[in-house]
Structure formats: C-alpha cells, structure tokens
Design a protein around this ligand. Structure first.
Ligand code: ZN
Length: 489
C-alpha cells in the first residue's frame, strides 16, 4: 500500500506524512464560535477533519484531536473593533453570554452527532484558558514583539516581519497589507493597521472581562488557538486544520504568536478545507442564502426542495475533494442521496452473494487503487469512485456475469465495511425497529385484505381461520363498513 501524503498549505506541496513523535499525532482544528446554529460550512470543516482523524486512527496512529469552542474574543467582522459576537447575541436575546454559549454548544454537538462526526479528544473553551493566554502575551511582550497602547496590547507585525516572515502561510506581503487592512475607528491605538490585538481593554459595556497587568479586558481572537494548541499538544505538533477563510489573518497570526513567544514553528502540516457556495454564490446572511444544518435535516428553508438526511449531507460533502470548492444545489443533494442508497444496498447484497471455485474479478486492484486515492491527500471522491467499482462488481456477481471465491468475498466485504463505516463514517440510517414495525403492519394489512376477499367470496372457513389465528397472536380485528381496523392487544 502507498504512503499517506498530505498537502501542506505552508510549503504549498504534497508531503509524505511523518509525525514528529510517531505513533502519536497531535491535531488541532479551529472550532466554531458558538453564537448561532451550525451551517453547511461548519459541516464541511468538521467532516473534513473527521476523515483525517478516522483515517489516521485506521492507519494505527494514536491521535490526540483538539478542537476549540470559541466563546469569547471573536469580534464582529473578525476585526479588532466591534462587538463580541457572543455578547451581541446575548444582548439581542436578553440573556447572559454564557447562556448563548451553552445553548449553541449543545446544538452544535447535536448536529455533529447526527452527521456522525466523532467528538474530538479535547474541546477546550477559550474562556477557560485566560491565564494561559495572558502568559503567552507576556512572553511575546518580553521578546519585544508586542506593545501596549491605552491598556490594550498589540502584536508588532512590522518588527516581527523583520526577523521572521509574516505572510508565509497565506502568501501575503507586508506591502499589500498596508492597502488591504482597512483603517477603522479606534485603530489609532495601533502602530500599523495590520497589527492585531493580543489583549483588548474592555469598555464599560463589555461583559466578558478579566484582570491583567495591562487592563481589565479580554484576549484577542487569534490568541486562544495558540495558547490551547500549545497547552494540549506541545510547542510543536503535527497537524493544524481549519477552513480556508481562517488562513489569514487567523492562522498566519497564530504562527507569528508562537514563533514570537518561543522561536519555533508551531505546526508541521497546515491543512485547509475549501468553502461551500450556494448556487454559485458565497453563503452569507446578507444574501439570504444561509442554510443551517437543522434546516437541511428538516427541509424548512425556501432554498430546499425537501429535507436531506445527515448521511446524505455527509456523502455530498465527501464527494468533493476537501481542497476543492463545493457548490450546494438540490440536484447535487438528490444525487448524493441516490448514490449513498446504491452503496448501502450493495453492502446488503454482498451479504447474500453466492461464491464459486474461481474469481473472475480482481479485488486487490480495487482495494489498492482506493487506498492510493485516500493516501493522496485524502482524495475521498476518487476513493468513493472505487467503492462504486466494487458496487458494479457485486451486481455483476449477483446476476452471474462474474464469479467470486469465498476468500475474495470476505476480503471485499471487510474492505467495504471498513471504508463505508469506519473511514468515511457513514451509518445506516434505516432504523431496524421502525423497519420491522412497518413490515409487520404491511403484512397484517395484506392478510386482512385476503380475509376481506374470502368474506366477499363467502369463503367463511378461510375468513374465520384468519380471524382466529390473528386473535391468537394478540391482534384485535374490528370489521367496519369500509373493511377493517386492527390493533395490537
Ligand atoms: Zn483558531
């Protein structure tokens, strides 16, 4: 089998995956800011790194997967000015900020559970790590890469860039940043518009605040991931992931903070998933094309033709490579729904196949090609296309166009089950209880209709026999004008 290669955003090429301290792998993924319900974008990031987590474990690595919950410090427009997103929601709803956090964290976990996303090993909250964040600011300050201004502390990007390279992850140049960072009100505190806040002094209206030697205030948004990644995974760890929209300034600044504090590169492999567009447009509240996961699962959004199950959404997301853009449309979701059904149906068929003395099919080739795709930077669409090769094969064997030995069939089933459930993380959404109930009631209706015909034909012996036998089974039958009603005693 080939070796796992990962596309590293930092070096802009695919690299052989060699963890710093095998078999242990440290992985950090930026989690949600919990001020609203999770949408398709959240699902894509979570599922992308769920696959990375699942596959690394499948390969035998011991993974510590850390993903944070941002509950403080993330301001509107991802900027250094403006209201805290959670505080704003709390103000509008007339509740405590931590009530907002609790409410949306529970709902986020519920959505992720429906999507069968495995919970990370550690889910630290930013508000629970204020001392660690203050300590990091102090370290950066000591090393001369931060300055205080009116009780707030800012990262000195220009100074840092003289000694290191601010922009190496996103490919941005300092000269461009002069033009692209907007001059906002209050930014006169900063030496340069692209400097970012490490600590902000709280104004009188600010609710979430802590004491520090600089002021009573709160940490900058980029700080929590540096502090918590370091705390749980060490000063250098293997994988850091997140959406491509976090590359700049969030991840760029995370690197700068760690290097400024400890002089070492914090992350070996940076991974970024691409975004989801809706009918070709960027998803945004202002364009009114925002679809939350709850809406997708219930169908309650005017952009939706119907409801889509969590596994359909998962399949839709995995049918694209995580670094490619993915466009939402009802047609794409409907196709995903059909595709997944075909895959699950073939798994069921594989349990009933007849085996032969000789195989006319090449199982090994499909299995090897499939894993080659996965090892090529988690190429799930190609991986899935080989699963469909296997589906085709199963259907040919079923109708007798191909044959398979017992040994090969066991291999094929093992491969498909590991691929579909363990690695891709699908679960069979048909609950067997509901299925059995439906089957039972269909059968009772069928039998009672036969009895109805018997009665019409004056075959009372048959009709009485059916009635007596069903009564013995605890089924209460009531004859009505229209036909019958029944209930289970
Ligand atoms: Zn982060």
């Amino acid at each position: 089998m080939s070796q796992l290669n990962i596309y590293n955003t930092l070096t802009r090429k695919k690299e052989k995956f060699e963890p710093i301290n095998p078999p242990f792998v440290g992985m950090y993924v930026c989690g949600p800011t919990v001020y609203g319900d999770a949408h398709l974008g959240h699902a894509r990031a979570a599922i992308t790194f769920d696959i990375v987590y699942r596959y690394l474990k499948y390969l035998g690595f011991k993974v510590r997967y850390v993903s944070n919950i941002t509950d403080v410090g993330h301001l509107e427009n991802d900027a250094d000015e403006g209201e805290d997103k959670i505080q704003k929601k709390a103000r509008l709803e007339e509740v405590e900020p931590m009530e907002v956090v609790q409410h949306f964290t529970i709902r986020y976990h519920d959505n992720m559970a429906r999507l069968n996303v495995i919970r990370p090993s550690i889910e630290p909250h930013a508000s629970g790590h204020i001392p660690e964040q203050i300590e990091l600011v102090e370290k950066i300050f000591e090393n001369g890469y931060a300055y205080e201004s009116n009780g707030s502390v800012y990262f000195d990007v220009l100074k840092y860039n003289k000694d290191h390279n601010y922009g190496k992850l996103s490919g941005r140049k300092i000269e461009e940043l002069y033009e692209t960072t907007r001059k906002l009100e209050g930014q006169q505190e900063k030496r340069n518009s692209f400097d970012f806040a490490l600590w902000k002094k709280a104004d009188e209206k600010h609710l979430m605040r802590w004491n520090s030697k600089w002021s009573n205030g709160y940490p900058g948004w980029h700080l929590e991931c540096s502090a918590m990644g370091m705390k749980y995974l060490g000063k250098q760890f293997d994988i850091h992931g997140g959406g491509i929209d976090l590359q700049f300034p969030h991840h760029e600044s995370e690197i700068a903070q760690s290097v400024a504090a400890y002089g070492s590169e914090p992350v070996k492999y940076w991974m970024h998933n691409n975004l989801i567009t809706i009918n070709g447009q960027k998803m945004s509240k202002s364009l009114n094309n925002f679809i939350t996961l709850y809406e997708l699962f219930s169908g309650e959004n005017s952009l939706l033709k119907k409801e889509y199950s969590p596994m359909t959404v998962r399949f839709f997301i995995l049918q694209a490579h995580y670094r490619s853009p993915l466009d939402f449309s009802n047609d794409a979701l409907l196709a995903a729904e059909k595709g997944l059904q075909r895959l699950i149906a073939a798994l069921e068929t594989s349990e009933k196949l007849k085996t032969s003395e000789k195989s006319t099919v090449d199982i090994k080739k499909i299995i090897n090609s499939a894993f080659d795709a996965l090892n090529d930077d988690f190429n799930t669409p190609i991986f899935i296309s080989f699963l469909f090769e296997a589906v085709k094969m199963i259907n040919f064997i079923r109708i007798g166009n191909e044959t398979i030995t017992q040994f090969d069939l066991e291999e094929l089933k093992k491969f498909l089950n590991a691929s579909v459930f363990e690695i891709l993380g699908f679960k069979n959404e048909k609950s067997s209880d509901t299925d059995n109930l439906k089957l039972s009631s269909d059968l009772i209706n069928l039998i009672l209709n036969i009895r109805l015909d018997a009665k019409k034909n004056k075959d009372f012996a048959t009709s009485d026999l059916i009635r007596n036998k069903l009564t013995e089974l605890g089924i209460v039958i009531k004859d009505t004008k229209e036909g019958f009603e029944w209930d289970i005693n």
